[in-house]
Design a protein around this ligand. Structure first.
Ligand code: AMP
Ligand code: MG
Length: 349
């Protein structure tokens, strides 16, 4: 193919490639040259660039429309590669990575200078993950460099869990999309801060505080901001809401449709959703419903983002969703996303 300028401000030819050995090699070469490759992982699809190349990482922020202070997760092909990114090597970090890698757990550790500030949003820590997905690990190996990869969606949209979601959001903006199976987990990795000597969960995921606690012998605290919800007044006027974690301010994972969550006992929620649906349809609205089984936490994680995107494709005006119990740790992780999708619009029943 003739040389062309690597620019993402205009439409570029995106190659959608099945993950054959040759295609993974070719995609690795694209990363090495400073290009952008979307790829499947077990959590959600990632949009990858050479994590050690600030110019390449900058293109990821541009392609996604991601605020440049939102740090990226650096993906490695095998646990020993962590040593190239951090000088930290304490016993607890060793226990955690041995227990959960490869897999859907990210650790935040103090960064070495080789990791550019662009990758970490200016922080002196770096988030690192060794994914379980074979395609992801083969791509990292083929690239010969760690890969910085946020989710492969336009910033603010639901994360992509199917190849078609990535094509929808990023075709014409990146060099290669490696196609792959639907993501096994469906929500992003658990993010565990290990940089301060004790484990703190910054983002809940499928790997729970209980599982982490069982491995490292001490309770993994939840970052207190994870339990914050804006009041009704703050929700209507976001300028009044000042959470510590910047991401909490913004609508994330958001469908185009308006979305409301009903929270309460499962039978009352079901009833209220049926009533609200009938009333809104009467008023001429196209209404979609997201209601998972009471104990179907893993399924809810698997389906949530795909369900949100499907509702948009169907041109729904209003999504009525049933809350999951946040007493269950996976339920809590799914609720963390669902609340953001709905801009914290919750009706207690
Ligand atoms: P995404 O890749 O879009 O799933 O987002 C990555 C997540 O990891 C974001 O929520 C970041 O806030 C978090 N993250 C990445 N690096 C760090 C870090 N050094 N310290 C704290 N959180 C981080
Ligand atoms: Mg994301």
């Amino acid at each position: 193919m003739a040389d062309r300028k690597e620019t993402i401000t205009e439409t570029i030819a995106t190659r959608v490639l099945p993950p054959t050995k040759e295609n993974i090699e070719a995609a690795g070469a694209v990363i090495r040259r400073g290009g952008l490759v979307a790829f499947p992982t077990e959590t959600v699809f990632g949009l990858g660039a050479d994590a050690l190349n600030a110019a390449a990482v900058k293109k990821v922020y541009e392609a996604k429309g991601r605020p440049s202070d939102n740090p990226m997760i650096v993906h490695i092909a095998a646990a020993p590669e962590l040593a190239a990114l951090t000088d930290q090597h304490d016993g607890m970090l060793e226990q955690i990575t041995r227990a959960f890698w490869p897999g859907p757990l990210t650790v935040v550790v103090r960064k070495r200078s080789v990791v550019p500030a662009t990758t970490t949003g200016g922080l002196d820590t770096v988030a690192v993950r060794n994914p379980e997905s074979t395609i992801a690990r083969e791509l990292i190996r083929a690239s010969g460099t760690p890969i910085a990869a946020p989710s492969a969606n336009i910033s603010g949209r639901p994360s992509p869990t199917k190849t078609e979601h990535v094509i929808h959001d990023l075709q014409g903006k990146i060099d290669v999309i490696l196609s792959g199976p639907d993501c096994r987990v469906g929500i992003e990795s658990t993010v565990l801060d290990m940089s301060e000597g004790h484990p703190v969960i910054l983002r809940p995921g499928i790997i729970t505080p209980e599982e982490i606690g069982a491995v490292c012998g001490q309770t993994a605290e939840l970052d207190p901001t994870l339990r914050q919800r804006p009041t009704e007044e703050e929700r209507r006027d976001p300028a009044q809401f000042h959470p510590k974690a910047p991401g909490m301010k913004y609508k994330h994972y958001a469908p185009q449709a308006e979305m409301v969550i009903f929270e309460g006992s499962p039978s009352a929620v079901r009833r209220r959703i049926e009533e609200a649906k009938a009333a809104q349809e009467q008023a001429g609205k196209k209404v979609g419903v997201i209601l998972f089984g009471e104990h179907d936490f893993a399924r809810a994680a698997h389906d949530l983002f795909a369900d949100l995107r499907r509702q948009d494709e169907e041109g729904v005006d209003l999504i009525l969703a049933g809350a999951l119990s946040d007493q269950n740790s996976v339920g809590f992780a799914v609720m963390n996303r669902m609340l953001k999708s709905a801009g914290y619009h919750v009706i207690k029943v």
